[in-house]
Design a protein. Structure first.
Length: 165
Protein backbone atom coordinates (compact mmCIF):
# COMPACT_ATOMS: atom_id res chain seq x y z
CA UNK A 1 0.00 0.00 0.00
CA UNK A 2 2.82 2.38 0.75
CA UNK A 3 4.25 1.67 -2.67
CA UNK A 4 0.98 2.47 -4.43
CA UNK A 5 0.59 5.67 -2.47
CA UNK A 6 4.18 6.68 -3.39
CA UNK A 7 3.55 6.03 -7.07
CA UNK A 8 0.29 8.03 -7.07
CA UNK A 9 1.97 10.89 -5.30
CA UNK A 10 4.86 10.84 -7.79
CA UNK A 11 2.46 10.90 -10.76
CA UNK A 12 0.58 13.81 -9.23
CA UNK A 13 3.75 15.81 -8.66
CA UNK A 14 5.12 15.11 -12.14
CA UNK A 15 1.75 15.76 -13.72
CA UNK A 16 1.33 19.08 -11.90
CA UNK A 17 4.70 20.42 -13.00
CA UNK A 18 3.85 19.84 -16.70
CA UNK A 19 0.49 21.53 -16.36
CA UNK A 20 2.00 24.79 -15.10
CA UNK A 21 3.58 25.39 -18.55
CA UNK A 22 6.94 26.34 -17.14
CA UNK A 23 8.69 24.26 -19.79
CA UNK A 24 7.62 23.48 -23.35
CA UNK A 25 8.80 20.43 -25.22
CA UNK A 26 10.79 20.78 -28.42
CA UNK A 27 7.70 19.90 -30.47
CA UNK A 28 5.69 22.73 -28.94
CA UNK A 29 8.28 25.46 -29.80
CA UNK A 30 7.51 27.09 -33.15
CA UNK A 31 10.35 28.82 -35.06
CA UNK A 32 9.54 31.96 -37.06
CA UNK A 33 8.89 31.39 -40.78
CA UNK A 34 12.06 33.28 -41.88
CA UNK A 35 14.25 30.96 -39.80
CA UNK A 36 12.57 27.91 -41.29
CA UNK A 37 13.14 29.23 -44.83
CA UNK A 38 16.81 29.98 -44.16
CA UNK A 39 17.42 26.53 -42.70
CA UNK A 40 15.76 24.81 -45.64
CA UNK A 41 17.75 26.85 -48.21
CA UNK A 42 21.01 26.04 -46.44
CA UNK A 43 20.13 22.35 -46.43
CA UNK A 44 19.41 22.48 -50.17
CA UNK A 45 22.64 24.29 -51.15
CA UNK A 46 25.03 22.61 -48.72
CA UNK A 47 27.19 19.92 -50.31
CA UNK A 48 26.53 16.43 -49.12
CA UNK A 49 30.26 15.57 -49.06
CA UNK A 50 33.12 17.50 -47.45
CA UNK A 51 34.81 19.92 -49.85
CA UNK A 52 38.62 19.94 -50.09
CA UNK A 53 40.25 23.34 -50.53
CA UNK A 54 43.70 23.41 -52.06
CA UNK A 55 46.13 26.03 -50.75
CA UNK A 56 49.25 26.57 -52.83
CA UNK A 57 51.00 28.98 -50.45
CA UNK A 58 53.42 27.39 -48.03
CA UNK A 59 54.93 28.81 -44.88
CA UNK A 60 58.26 29.09 -46.72
CA UNK A 61 56.62 31.19 -49.45
CA UNK A 62 55.06 33.50 -46.89
CA UNK A 63 58.37 33.82 -45.04
CA UNK A 64 60.24 34.60 -48.26
CA UNK A 65 57.69 37.24 -49.31
CA UNK A 66 57.83 38.80 -45.86
CA UNK A 67 61.64 38.89 -45.86
CA UNK A 68 61.67 40.45 -49.34
CA UNK A 69 59.19 43.12 -48.30
CA UNK A 70 61.13 43.90 -45.12
CA UNK A 71 64.42 44.08 -47.06
CA UNK A 72 62.92 46.53 -49.58
CA UNK A 73 61.51 48.68 -46.79
CA UNK A 74 64.83 48.61 -44.97
CA UNK A 75 66.79 49.66 -48.09
CA UNK A 76 64.39 52.50 -48.74
CA UNK A 77 64.55 53.65 -45.14
CA UNK A 78 68.36 53.49 -44.99
CA UNK A 79 68.64 55.41 -48.25
CA UNK A 80 66.20 58.05 -47.01
CA UNK A 81 68.05 58.42 -43.72
CA UNK A 82 71.42 58.72 -45.46
CA UNK A 83 70.02 61.33 -47.85
CA UNK A 84 68.46 63.28 -44.99
CA UNK A 85 71.68 63.14 -43.00
CA UNK A 86 73.88 64.09 -45.94
CA UNK A 87 75.69 67.29 -45.11
CA UNK A 88 76.09 69.87 -47.86
CA UNK A 89 79.64 71.17 -47.75
CA UNK A 90 78.84 74.01 -50.16
CA UNK A 91 76.05 75.21 -47.92
CA UNK A 92 78.30 75.07 -44.85
CA UNK A 93 81.06 76.94 -46.68
CA UNK A 94 78.87 80.03 -47.11
CA UNK A 95 79.69 80.91 -43.48
CA UNK A 96 83.42 80.52 -44.24
CA UNK A 97 83.34 82.45 -47.51
CA UNK A 98 82.89 85.83 -45.86
CA UNK A 99 86.49 85.63 -44.59
CA UNK A 100 88.10 83.03 -46.92
CA UNK A 101 86.45 84.19 -50.18
CA UNK A 102 83.85 82.40 -52.30
CA UNK A 103 86.52 80.07 -53.73
CA UNK A 104 88.75 79.93 -50.62
CA UNK A 105 91.23 82.20 -52.42
CA UNK A 106 91.76 84.81 -49.67
CA UNK A 107 93.77 85.07 -46.50
CA UNK A 108 91.07 85.34 -43.82
CA UNK A 109 91.18 88.86 -42.40
CA UNK A 110 94.59 89.19 -44.10
CA UNK A 111 96.21 86.98 -41.43
CA UNK A 112 95.60 83.30 -42.25
CA UNK A 113 96.79 81.00 -45.00
CA UNK A 114 94.91 80.62 -48.27
CA UNK A 115 93.07 77.31 -47.89
CA UNK A 116 92.33 76.74 -51.58
CA UNK A 117 94.29 73.70 -52.75
CA UNK A 118 94.56 72.08 -49.32
CA UNK A 119 93.96 68.33 -49.15
CA UNK A 120 90.92 66.92 -47.43
CA UNK A 121 93.08 65.41 -44.68
CA UNK A 122 94.84 68.75 -43.99
CA UNK A 123 91.50 70.58 -43.73
CA UNK A 124 90.08 67.94 -41.36
CA UNK A 125 93.20 68.16 -39.18
CA UNK A 126 93.01 71.96 -39.08
CA UNK A 127 89.27 72.13 -38.29
CA UNK A 128 89.49 69.47 -35.56
CA UNK A 129 92.56 71.26 -34.15
CA UNK A 130 90.71 74.58 -34.10
CA UNK A 131 87.77 72.86 -32.44
CA UNK A 132 89.83 71.34 -29.61
CA UNK A 133 92.23 74.33 -29.38
CA UNK A 134 95.39 72.54 -30.55
CA UNK A 135 95.77 74.23 -33.95
CA UNK A 136 96.22 77.76 -35.23
CA UNK A 137 98.11 80.94 -34.53
CA UNK A 138 96.72 84.43 -35.07
CA UNK A 139 93.21 83.24 -36.01
CA UNK A 140 92.97 80.50 -33.37
CA UNK A 141 90.37 82.29 -31.20
CA UNK A 142 88.12 83.22 -34.13
CA UNK A 143 88.29 79.76 -35.70
CA UNK A 144 87.74 77.95 -32.40
CA UNK A 145 84.31 79.56 -32.14
CA UNK A 146 83.50 78.68 -35.77
CA UNK A 147 84.77 75.09 -35.56
CA UNK A 148 83.02 74.44 -32.23
CA UNK A 149 79.68 74.52 -34.08
CA UNK A 150 80.71 71.76 -36.50
CA UNK A 151 80.04 68.05 -36.11
CA UNK A 152 82.43 65.42 -37.48
CA UNK A 153 80.10 64.99 -40.48
CA UNK A 154 80.13 68.76 -41.06
CA UNK A 155 83.94 68.83 -40.92
CA UNK A 156 84.17 65.97 -43.42
CA UNK A 157 81.69 67.62 -45.79
CA UNK A 158 83.53 70.96 -45.58
CA UNK A 159 86.89 69.28 -46.15
CA UNK A 160 85.56 67.45 -49.23
CA UNK A 161 84.09 70.67 -50.64
CA UNK A 162 87.07 72.95 -49.94
CA UNK A 163 89.58 70.39 -51.30
CA UNK A 164 87.75 70.42 -54.63
CA UNK A 165 87.76 74.23 -55.04
Amino acid sequence: MKIVLSVVLAVLIVGCSNEKGSQKSAQEVQAPQSVKETVSSVKETAPSKPVAVEVNTTAADITKKTETTVAKAKKTTVAQVKEAMKVDGAKLFTACSSCHGTHAEKKALGKSQIIKGWSEAKIITALKGYKDGTYGRAMKAVMKGQAAKLSDADIKALAEYISQL
